[in-house]
Design a binder for this molecule. Structure first.
Ligand code: SF4
Length: 463
């Protein structure tokens, strides 16, 4: 199928949707700029909204000044993410004054959380669309083009999800995301996601397969299946079955997924990873903390012991697997003893890498009401200690790769040196090497000769 094939007409084009329907596009000269904050799910949603908006004539631009429509796809997982968005909205006031026809829309988690408040505070915003209504973005923009009205809809956080009707317009060249589900039912006490993304809704397997095939046809080598908790996928098959089915798609070189909740990671899934062809040997398994008392207050519903047994089981079944995690320090009530337990836990489990965060109080979550909040100085001190311990472990893990030859999927040139290419191993380690004739998207054998905390370096060897 010829996807997004342009006709010769100047202002109109014929394009084809995911199910092969031909649609005529209008007003080809309209420009769209999307600013995306937050997680991979937001990146995927932005690509999907770009696809939907292309059906009413918008093409992407890099340049803010050229844009007829600016979308800010927001995140509110941490206070800092919200502050950045507020700053950005303020800056667009001048742009809007210079170009009154400019449409400014706010989507994503912060749009869901703040709703009409955002327009009250910044009337130069044209529309606010909650996460359960993002799939309506093209209709909303068309109505604003006609009526020049303000529009807010955050009415149904667990509303319909994007369907496979229109394919996303993907950024990048080598790796891309395919969402398999939206929302979360877990209600960890620190987390705003269930309130701003609603309950779990799974996409149909056929839609997911069609999208993976389309991404492979576009030249993508690596797909990451996305969901807040992929292990509870319920689209008519288990997540392990879905993963195995996607693994069989011709032309797909690497298959990843995120994020997994430790409470739901099944033996069936571990077996699927071990037996998979393209399924990469990397599991991102957020533990969040290394002490049972805090895990309980976080409502994570597993114990440190259970997590350790799970990590052992994964390592026994999947050779050369890397396990990475997320950790939060400074959760309300955290004592020195509990923090020491967490450092010991890190030394025991030995993660390949950890994304470490300071607890951020999110209003509307149960933990925001806990009285024993930790002061900023203690939070920062503990974060530094935690990072120092993990950095040592990450370096030791990377040193294990020295003198080994690994398969690297080439992602592009290094930002600081064009002679150097960057890529990733199947276990998701970042690799730097001096390139010769290799091309972006190639998979090349690289012998590792140097290790650092966050990356390894090596040279291409003969196949
Ligand atoms: S599993 Fe917990 S941390 Fe993850 S999105 Fe759901 S509520 Fe948030």
């Amino acid at each position: 199928m010829n996807l997004w094939a342009k006709s010769k007409s100047k202002n109109y084009r014929n394009d084809y949707t995911a199910n092969g329907k031909c649609v005529t596009m209008r007003g080809m000269d309209k420009k769209l700029k999307i600013l995306t904050y937050g997680c991979q799910m937001n990146v995927a949603d932005s690509e999907r909204m770009a696809g939907l908006l292309s059906t009413i004539g918008y093409t992407l631009t890099e340049n803010l000044e050229d844009a007829d429509l600016i979308l800010i796809n927001t995140c509110c997982v941490r206070g800092t993410a919200e502050d950045k968005v507020i700053g950005q909205i303020g800056r667009f006031k001048t742009l809007k004054r210079q170009k009154p026809s400019l449409i400014l829309g706010i989507t994503g988690c912060m749009a869901q959380k703040e709703g009409a408040e955002l327009i009250k505070r910044a009337p130069h915003i044209d529309f606010v669309l909650g996460t359960g209504q993002s799939f309506e973005v093209a209709k909303v923009v068309e109505s604003i083009e006609r009526e020049r009205n303000h529009f807010v809809d955050t009415s149904n956080v667990s509303g319909d999800i994007f369907t496979g009707e229109v394919f996303p317009i993907r950024g990048g060249q080598v790796s891309t995301f395919v969402p398999i589900m939206y929302g979360c039912n877990n209600f960890c006490t620190y987390c705003i996601v269930p309130y701003v993304r609603g309950r779990e809704r799974s996409r149909k397997p056929e839609e997911i397969f069609a999208e993976v095939r389309q991404a492979v046809a576009e030249g993508f080598k690596e797909i990451t299946l996305l969901g807040q908790n992929v292990n509870s996928y319920s689209g008519g098959m288990t997540f392990a079955e879905l993963l195995t089915a996607v693994d069989k798609i011709d032309g797909l070189e690497r298959l990843r997924f995120m994020t997994s909740h430790p409470k739901d990671l099944s033996d069936e899934l571990i077996a699927a990873i071990a037996d998979g062809r393209s399924i990469c040997e990397h599991i991102h398994l957020p533990v969040q903390y290394g002490s049972d008392k805090i895990l309980k207050r976080m409502n994570r519903v597993y114990t440190v012991e259970k997590y350790l047994r799970l990590a052992e089981k994964i390592r026994a079944a999947v050779p050369n697997v890397s396990i990475t995690t997320d950790l939060i320090v400074g959760f309300p009530g955290e004592t020195d003893e509990e923090f020491s337990e967490t450092l010991n836990f890190l030394r025991t489990v030995k993660f390949d890498a950890a994304f470490t965060f300071i607890y951020s109080k999110r209003s509307g979550t149960p933990a925001a009401k806990f009285e024993d909040q930790i002061d900023d100085e203690t939070k920062h001190r503990r974060l530094n200690e935690l990072m120092a311990v993990q950095n040592e472990i990450s370096l030791a893990k990377n040193l294990e790769l020295v003198d080994k030859t690994v398969e690297v999927l080439v992602e592009g040139a290094s930002k600081t040196d064009e002679k150097i290419y960057t890529g990733r191993t199947r276990s998701n380690k970042l690799v730097l090497f001096e390139h010769g004739t290799e091309k972006i998207g190639d998979i090349v054998p690289v012998k590792i000769n140097q290790a650092q905390t966050w990356l390894v370096k090596g040279e291409v060897v003969d196949k």
